[in-house]
Design a protein around this ligand. Structure first.
Ligand code: 57M
Length: 358
C-alpha cells in the first residue's frame, strides 16, 4: 500500500524512489513484522493466559510434555497479524501473486483458528475431524490455484531440480498437483510443530530460501543466467517471504525453549500453506521437497510408522513424528530442536545449489 502512496512522491522528493525497489521494501517489511511480533507478543501471552487458552496435553505423549499443560496456544495469531500487516503495507497489493498468497494464508489461518478453538473449548486435542480439516484446506487451496491458473501467462510446466531439460507440462492436472503442494506443506508443518521452536525454525529457513528464489525468478537477467523459468511479477513475493522470516523470528522470542506460547494450528497450518503457495507462485514446487526437508522427514516418519504398524504390528520409531523418537531416546529437547534447525539450513543450502546445477 505504501508503495502506491509514497512512490509517486518521488517526483517531488527523490528519496521516495527507494519504494520501487523490492529489496528495500522487503527489508522494511521484515523490520515491521519483527517489531509487531516482538512488541505485541507479551500482550498476547497475557491475553491468551487470561482467557485460559492453555494447551491441552495428550496423556499418551512423551511424559515430559506434561509440564507444558496450560501453555498458551494460538500464538500463530501474532505471526499472521505481523505477516499480513507488513505485507499489505510494503508489498504491491495489486500484484496477483501477493493477493492470492494473502488469501490462502489467511484461509488456512481461519481453519487453524477454528480447530484450536474447538480443542480449547473441549479441553482436548481433538478439534475439527481430519476429514473436515482436509476438505476445508482443499477448498481454500483450490480457490487460490484456480485464480493463478486462469492467468494468461500461468503455465502448468514443472521445473525439476537437477534436470533442466525435463519440464513436464501437467496442463489442467497442475491444479490438483498445486493443491496437494499447499495442503501437504500445511499438514507437514503442523506435524512438525511438536517441540518448542521446532517448526518455526525450518519455516524461517524455507521462507528465507524462497525470498531469494522469488527474487531471481522475477528478475529477467538472473532467471536467464540461472536458466530457471522467468515469472514476471513474482519478485514481489520476496517481500512476503521476508515478512514470514521476520514474523517467525519475533514469535521465536516467545516460543524458544521453554516456550511461553505455542503457535497452534492457526500458525502451523497457515505457515505451511504460505510456503506452499510461495512454491507454486515461483514455479519451484518440487524444490519445496528439498527446502522443506525437515517437514518431509517428519511427515514420512509418520507414514512409515503407521504403515509399518498396520502391516507388521511393529513400530519403526519409538514414536512418530520423528522428533518424539529422539525425545524417547533421551535427547534433551533443545538438542533435538537445534539439530533439526541445522538440518533445515543444510536442506536450504543444498536446494539453492540445485538452482545452478541444472
Ligand atoms: C500436530 N501437535 C502437537 C501446539 C502446536 C497421525 C499423528 C502423527 C498425528 C500427530 C498429531 O496429533 N499432530 C498434531 C502436533 C501439540 O502441539 C500443539 O499443536 C499445535 C500444532 N498443530 O502449536 O498447540 C503438542 O506438541 C507440543 N509442543 C511443544 N512446543 C511447541 O512449540 O512442546 C508444540 C509446540 C503440544 C505440546 O506438547 O501439546 C502434538 O504433538 O500433538 N500425533 C502425534 O504427534 C502423536 N504421535 C502419535 O500418536 N504417534 C503414533 C502414530 C499415530 C504415528 C505412534 O508413533 O505410534 C504424538 N503427539 C502427542 N502425543 N501430543 C504422541 C502422542
Amino acid at each position: 500500500m505504501l508503495y502506491y502512496i509514497l512512490y509517486p512522491l518521488h517526483t517531488t522528493y527523490s528519496a521516495f524512489n527507494v519504494f520501487r525497489y523490492i529489496t528495500f521494501r522487503a527489508a522494511l517489511a521484515a523490520l515491521m513484522a519483527l517489531l509487531i511480533s516482538l512488541l505485541l507478543g507479551p500482550y498476547l501471552i497475557r491475553s491468551l493466559a487470561a482467557t485460559q487458552m492453555g494447551q491441552p496435553i495428550r496423556e499418551d505423549g512423551p511424559p515430559r510434555h506434561a509440564v507444558k499443560a496450560g501453555t498458551p496456544t494460538m500464538g500463530g495469531t501474532l505471526i499472521i497479524l505481523a505477516l499480513v500487516t507488513s505485507t499489505v503495507l510494503l508489498a504491491d497489493i495489486m500484484n496477483l501473486y501477493i493477493t492470492v498468497a494473502l488469501f490462502v494464508t489467511a484461509g488456512f489461518a481461519v481453519i487453524g483458528f477454528i480447530d484450536d478453538s474447538l480443542k480449547l473449548k473441549r479441553k482436548s486435542s481433538r478439534g475439527l475431524t481430519a476429514r473436515t480439516k482436509f476438505l476445508l484446506q482443499m477448498a481454500v487451496a483450490l480457490a487460490g490455484v484456480i485464480v493463478l491458473y486462469r492467468q494468461p501467462n500461468f503455465s502448468g510446466v514443472l521445473a525439476v531440480p537437477f534436470l533442466k531439460n525435463i519440464r513436464p507440462d501437467l496442463g489442467i492436472w497442475y491444479i490438483p498437483f498445486a493443491m496437494l503442494v499447499i495442503v501437504g506443506a500445511s499438514n507437514a508443518v503442523n506435524l512438525t510443530d511438536g517441540l518448542d521452536g521446532l517448526a518455526i525454525g525450518p519455516v524461517m529457513t524455507a521462507a528465507a530460501t524462497y525470498a531469494l528464489v522469488a527474487y531471481v525468478t522475477g528478475h529477467l537477467k538472473f532467471a536467464d543466467y540461472l536458466q530457471i523459468p522467468y515469472v514476471s511479477g513474482v519478485g514481489e513475493m520476496t517481500v512476503f517471504c521476508a515478512a514470514i522470516v521476520a514474523s517467525g523470528l519475533g514469535f521465536l522470542w516467545f516460543n524458544t525453549y521453554p516456550a511461553q506460547m505455542f503457535m497452534g494450528d492457526v500458525g502451523s497450518l497457515a505457515l505451511g500453506a504460505a510456503l506452499g503457495i510461495v512454491a507454486v507462485t515461483t514455479k519451484n514446487e518440487i524444490l519445496l521437497v528439498l527446502v522443506g526437508g525437515v517437514f518431509v522427514l517428519e511427515a514420512l516418519s509418520v507414514i512409515f510408522q503407521v504403515a509399518s504398524y498396520k502391516l507388521r504390528r511393529k513400530r519403526v520409531f519409538l514414536m512418530a513424528p520423528i522428533h518424539h523418537h529422539y525425545e524417547l531416546k533421551g535427547w534433551p529437547e533443545p538438542q533435538i530442536i537445534v539439530r533439526f534447525w541445522i538440518i533445515s539450513v543444510i536442506c536450504s543450502l543444498f536446494a539453492l545449489s540445485t538452482l545452478k546445477l541444472r
